[in-house]
Design a protein around this ligand. Structure first.
Ligand SMILES: Cc1cc2nc3c(=O)[nH]c(=O)nc-3n(C[C@H](O)[C@H](O)[C@H](O)COP(=O)(O)OP(=O)(O)OC[C@H]3O[C@@H](n4cnc5c(N)ncnc54)[C@H](O)[C@@H]3O)c2cc1C
Length: 244
């Protein structure tokens, strides 16, 4: 997590904890929504949810007049992702099971360059590395981006990610290379101190050698269909498109 994101989250959590009209319940994973839908019941409402307490392994029910899903994206379904482990699409799946409509799940944004290393987890190599002259290379050291777009490494994110994916599949390669080692070592260390330090932890000196990279699922564009207020009805039958 970047220092900036950490600061935003820290401040938000502190403000939320300071409020007396807000109960924060921690270490709880929502398992499913509770709905009133049954074969004999012709209405369908969300009545609350089941949560798993990760400390006691107990599942309890929480009743709610209104339920807001804010469970993020689903990029963890991909082998490589920039997202944290919680991006499992739980909320989207439970909304679907409850009878909500889901749309545009085929649209995912991929970040072109995530560090490829078994111990690295999800560590992004910023696109600024390409902006500062970094070259994308095949395992044999050849550049290839000019074959895909006249802007080469400076083409937009989707084009670069697709090109890397294409070449990896064509060659059966586990990863490709992002090389900034032709720039002055001091320049590289000054401009990319975090990447330099992090890669060094894995025995990789980016001032001397290329960085192994893979495209990684970054942003889930689809999700639960809602109106402009973020509301969605629970549909009894998605095929009949009749709202409950
Ligand atoms: C590496 C990276 C860099 C990014 N950089 C930027 C940027 O520069 N600018 C920008 O605008 N956006 C950026 N984004 C995107 C931004 O982070 C997301 O769009 C945003 O966080 C989405 O907010 P959200 O509240 O929908 O979901 P999230 O922030 O993912 O929050 C979802 C929450 O739901 C919780 N949750 C999930 N499932 C369950 C469950 N079953 N039970 C209980 N809780 C659950 C999770 O623990 C999490 O706390 C970046 C994302 C990544 C991964």
């Amino acid at each position: 997590m970047s220092a900036f994101v950490g600061a935003v989250l820290g401040s938000l959590v502190d403000r939320a904890k300071a409020r007396t009209n807000l109960d924060l319940i921690e270490n709880q994973v929502v398992v499913d929504l509770i709905t009133s839908q049954s074969p004999t019941n012709n209405e369908n409402r969300c009545l609350g949810l089941y949560v798993l307490d990760t400390l006691t392994d107990e599942v309890t029910a929480i009743r709610a007049r209104f339920t807001v899903l804010a469970t993020g994206g689903a990029s963890k379904v991909y082998l490589y992702t920039s997202n944290p482990d919680i991006a499992t699409g739980d909320g989207i799946a439970m909304a679907w099971r409850a009878g909500c409509r889901i749309a545009n799940m085929e649209f995912n944004q991929f970040h072109p360059t995530c560090l490829y290393h078994p111990q690295a987890g999800s560590f992004l190599i910023t696109e600024a590395v390409r902006g500062e002259g970094g070259h994308l290379k095949l395992p044999n050291g050849e550049r290839f981006m000019h074959l895909f777009d006249e802007r080469a490494e400076l083409a937009p994110r989707d084009i670069v990610a697709r090109a890397i994916d294409h070449e990896m599949k064509r060659l059966g390669a586990d990863y490709l290379l992002l090389d900034i080692s032709h720039r002055e070592p001091e320049f590289v260390r000054q401009h990319f101190p975090n990447i330099y330090e992090r890669c060094l932890e894995f025995g990789l000196d980016i001032t001397k050698e290329p960085i192994p990279v893979v495209p990684a699922a970054h942003y889930t564009c689809g999700g639960v269909m809602t109106d402009l207020s973020g509301k969605e009805r629970l549909w009894l039958s998605r095929r009949s498109a009749e709202p409950a």
